[in-house]
Design a binder for this molecule. Structure first.
Ligand SMILES: Nc1ncnc2c1ncn2[C@@H]1O[C@H](COP(=O)(O)OP(=O)(O)O)[C@@H](O)[C@H]1O
Ligand SMILES: O=C(O)[C@@H](O)C(=O)COP(=O)(O)O
Length: 430
């Protein structure tokens, strides 16, 4: 297999968001979970998105995993590697975006890395280096309350600068508006000035086209799926389209047991609203008792949740959620520690997912990036074929590989999807 674009995603929902975007813009794409084992059979594709769960782990570990993925992608012919980060720049002052960009840049010869997390379809734009989420500066958006990486600074030059070994430059709106050559020149100047990375502005799809073409002149870039779309369009414009749109197994409906479940660990405003709507539309819902998990361990909570689900699963979809309001999350974190709470809840939801699949569930919707990572890892999944789009950033995923190849899934970023997302996803997974 020889690929045209290699991608490393720092979480699994972000990876499926990117895979969806590449597919929509003309690249046959597969999403792998980690670096694939050598004997895993992958379809003939133009792009591979290697998903890592590296957003909220120690920076040195994130670097090691990302470099392993980069080696695998380059060995398969990738001329350009996109490091897929969150469109809300989820990270802390310790990393992991800066350290991974530094390592990928050094590996690829030192050219300044173009960085842009804009995703206009979901309301993320960058202007003068400031990130806006649905028209609100990042630090005023719901991301200020994220359980693992509260985003309290909207200036990405500053945010990335605090995580990086070298200074960070800005490629402002006025330069991006001038076009590809102007952006290439700005990147060259940034390199001469010693900047290892440059935040580029983009508020509309046409800016992402410019950035995609400019980025393709170098070996590495970093951004969200908007930049992925720009890169895909640039590749197709330069080299022409290839093959059929997608491996046919990705879109062919599969026989299903009819058993379906939704697991939510995201505490985002969007997910909490989607749960509220699901509750009023007749989906059986169970709220997990997070305090009980923290006080007495997860086993009894998991076992009670599975008993509850098994009693209902033949009648219709079930929804099990740990999601809570930011005040409740903060209270829990102040007594037990943020990462520790997150980890315990993720492990509980992963164990519940395992039990549900053992009970015959073959349609599974997961809300939350870290939550999705924990579930996919627990199930031992190896790769996904990318199906139709459910909502911007969220495709139908058909499992491929040795484990659970009958499973159809949606991995939803906490922030994505409209109010009716869960019912829409379930109608498309079958
Ligand atoms: N009630 C809760 N209290 C504290 N943390 C929680 C609670 N429910 C879920 N979490 C944790 O919050 C984090 C949510 O992150 P994630 O799954 O990535 O969602 P998102 O996509 O919204 O970022 C996870 O680590 C999850 O375990
Ligand atoms: O770019 C995005 O916003 C998403 O693709 C993404 O990475 C979401 O992360 P989570 O909100 O943690 O799922």
């Amino acid at each position: 297999m020889s690929i045209r674009l290699g991608c490393i995603a720092d979480d699994y929902t972000g990876a499926s968001d990117l895979a969806n975007m590449l597919r929509q813009n003309g690249l046959r794409t597969v999403q792998t979970i980690g670096v694939p084992r050598p004997s895993l059979e992958l379809p003939d594709v133009d792009a591979v998105v290697v998903s890592l769960k590296s957003r909220s782990i120690a920076a040195d570990r994130a670097v090691t995993l990302s470099l392993e993925a980069e080696t695998w992608l380059r060995d398969r012919g990738a001329e350009h590697v996109l490091f897929k980060i969150c469109s809300t720049f989820d990270s802390t002052d310790e990393g992991n975006i800066g350290p991974v960009i530094d390592a990928l840049r050094e590996r690829a010869g030192g050219a300044t890395v173009l960085v842009n997390p804009a995703f206009p379809e979901t309301g993320r734009s960058v202007f003068e280096g400031y990130l806006f989420v649905n028209g609100v500066p990042l630090h005023e958006s719901p991301l200020k309350d994220h359980p693992l990486n509260p985003m309290r600074d909207s200036n990405l030059v500053r945010v990335l600068g605090r995580q990086s070994a070298t200074p960070v430059a800005l490629i402002p709106f006025a330069v991006v508006e001038q076009g590809v050559e102007a952006v290439r020149e700005a990147l060259a100047k940034a390199r001469t000035a010693g900047a290892g990375a440059a935040i580029a502005d983009a508020v509309a799809a046409r800016h992402l086209d410019v950035l995609g073409q400019a980025a393709l002149s170098g070996p590495v870039s970093a951004g969200a799926s908007g930049l992925g779309a720009g890169l895909a369009r640039a590749l197709v414009a330069r080299d022409g389209p290839s093959g059929p749109a997608q491996p046919s197994d990705a879109t062919r409906p599969r026989p299903t047991s009819g058993r379906a479940a939704i697991l939510a660990g995201s505490c985002s405003t969007a997910t909490r609203q989607q749960i509220a709507v699901a509750e009023t539309s007749g989906i059986a819902c169970l709220r997990l008792d997070v305090a009980r998990m923290l006080d007495s361990g997860i086993d009894q909570v998991v076992s009670d949740a599975l008993d509850w689900a098994r009693a209902r699963i033949e009648l219709g979809p079930v929804l099990i959620a740990s999601s809570d309001h930011p005040d409740a999350v903060k209270a829990m974190q102040s007594s037990h520690g943020g990462l520790a709470v997150g980890h315990v809840v993720e492990q509980a939801l992963a164990a519940i997912a395992e039990g549900l699949v053992a009970a015959g569930v073959d349609q599974l919707v997961i809300a939350g990036g870290e939550t999705s990572g924990a579930v996919v890892d627990r199930l031992g999944l190896e790769a996904f074929l990318v199906g139709e789009e459910i909502a911007p950033g969220v495709p139908v995923l058909r499992v491929t590989g040795a484990q659970h190849a009958d499973l159809s899934m949606a991995l939803k970023s906490g922030n994505f999807g409209g109010e009716q997302f869960f019912t829409r996803a379930l109608s498309m997974l079958g």
